[in-house]
Write a protein that binds this ligand. Structure first.
Ligand code: ASP
Length: 399
């Protein structure tokens, strides 16, 4: 990572020619395993939890954790943005604007939830439509448990073996992480123009402060007092996953690494991690939730709108839902901002211009919020594993 920053600082785009391809290969390899990994891990996870009561209990704990941590993150952002007021008096005339990415903005939150049900699961897999894949995988897992003994055993060992196969491939890919990270960091640093950073400095500072509070205060406190674990041990065990999240800006691409760290280093059972993590990578995005909230209130401050309590409440709830709907890919969170601006009737061409300026400096913020997203998933897996009576979770730092 340090080498990447230095290379980009000294040689700029020239350095990208030397190392950029390593990052591209690393990301392609990670993406290659995501869909089969998510599918097999959720089916085998749900099947190993068993039916009825224990599935319900684990599901409830998981969703409570997702919602509670995302909510705390949003409120942290809300307090900071109201206190620091980064948008008041900000002159975005000098900011560098970027073209908005061609990611499609979903029409509404209702549409996001409807699209969770795939009309064609194979198409959903081909397009990497995560929420739809998760939905289908949960159904398969639940149905598998109801099958007759012979079929159930056969299918379970098949799915478990397929999952192990994907994890084995992942372990090989992770060996390339240092080279991949070098390439990705060089590209990211070389691509960011410094001009935009000055104009939007206060906005970046507000989001960075919020994300750091969540990463270094809120989540460690949860680990310590709800999970009864040592946060430093946990963070050290997660180092590879955090570094991958930071350099890829994608929770989904990081998922293989997160799964491996949580199971092999933190010592969480496959039963819990394969239930909590694949869904968490798409649904539980604390960093993104915080970012959505700060971003929208920043836009309203720049435009000179004062948002009353009721409007701020709408922002909180939609930010939470938008973070659930956001895909685990770079800049997905930024595109979701339009859903919230619509919800509070913040319209007009100026919104697009401000979001364009936000996009110009989004990469470093995206790196940090993705790291927070992944950290929260991993803390959730550890805390839930402890609450399920698993001993040996996070006992020591494992190399
Ligand atoms: N890049 C983030 C992630 O993958 C999503 C976002 O843009 O906020 O977790």
């Amino acid at each position: 990572m340090v080498l990447g920053v230095l290379l980009a600082a000294f040689f700029g785009q020239g350095a990208v020619r030397w190392t950029g391809w390593m990052g591209t290969i690393f990301i392609r390899l990670l993406k290659m395993v995501i869909v089969p990994l998510i599918f097999t891990s959720i089916v085998s996870g749900v099947a190993s939890v068993g039916g009825g009561k224990s599935l319900g209990r684990l599901g409830l704990k998981t969703f409570l954790y997702y919602i509670a941590t995302s909510m705390v993150a949003v409120v942290t952002g809300l307090l900071l943005v109201n206190f620091l007021k980064p948008g008041v008096g900000a002159d975005l005339g000098g900011a560098v604007h970027s073209e908005l990415p061609s990611l499609s903005t979903p029409g509404s939150l209702g549409e996001i939830f409807l699209r969770m049900i795939p009309e064609n699961p194979v198409a959903a897999m081909a397009h990497g439509d995560m929420l739809a894949i998760i939905f289908f995988a949960i159904l398969c897992g639940v149905a598998l448990i109801q099958l007759k003994e012979a079929q159930r055993t056969l299918l379970r060992s098949f799915v478990d073996a397929a999952f192990e196969l994907m994890m084995a491939i992942t372990s090989g890919i992770i060996r390339l992480a240092p080279l991949g990270v070098l390439g990705l960091i060089t590209t990211a640093v070389a691509a960011s123009g410094m001009g935009a950073f000055a104009t939007l400095g206060k906005y970046m500072l507000t989001i960075t402060a919020g994300l750091l509070i969540h990463l270094l205060v809120t989540l460690p406190l949860l680990l310590r007092f709800v999970g009864g674990m040592n946060p430093i041990v946990h963070y050290r065990n997660m180092a590879e996953a955090l570094l991958t999240a930071f350099s890829t800006s994608s929770s989904s691409a990081t998922l293989p690494v997160t799964l491996r760290c949580v199971e092999e280093k933190a010592g969480v059972s496959n039963r819990v991690s394969s239930f909590v993590l694949p869904m968490g990578a798409t649904i539980n995005m604390d960093g993104t939730a915080l970012y959505e909230c700060v971003g929208v209130i920043f836009i309203s401050q720049v435009m000179g709108f004062h948002l009353g309590l009721q409007a701020q409440w709408v922002v909180v709830v939609t930010a939470l839902l938008a973070s659930i709907g956001a895909a685990g890919i770079p800049s997905a969170g930024l595109v979701m901002i339009f859903i919230i601006t619509e919800a509070i009737h913040l319209q007009g061409p100026q919104v697009g211009v401000i979001v364009g300026a936000m996009l110009a400096i989004d990469r470093p913020l995206d790196m940090l919020r993705t790291m927070v997203n992944v950290t929260s998933d991993s803390c959730g897996a550890a805390i839930i594993a402890r609450s399920e009576g698993e001993t040996g979770v996070n006992e020591r730092v494992r190399a």
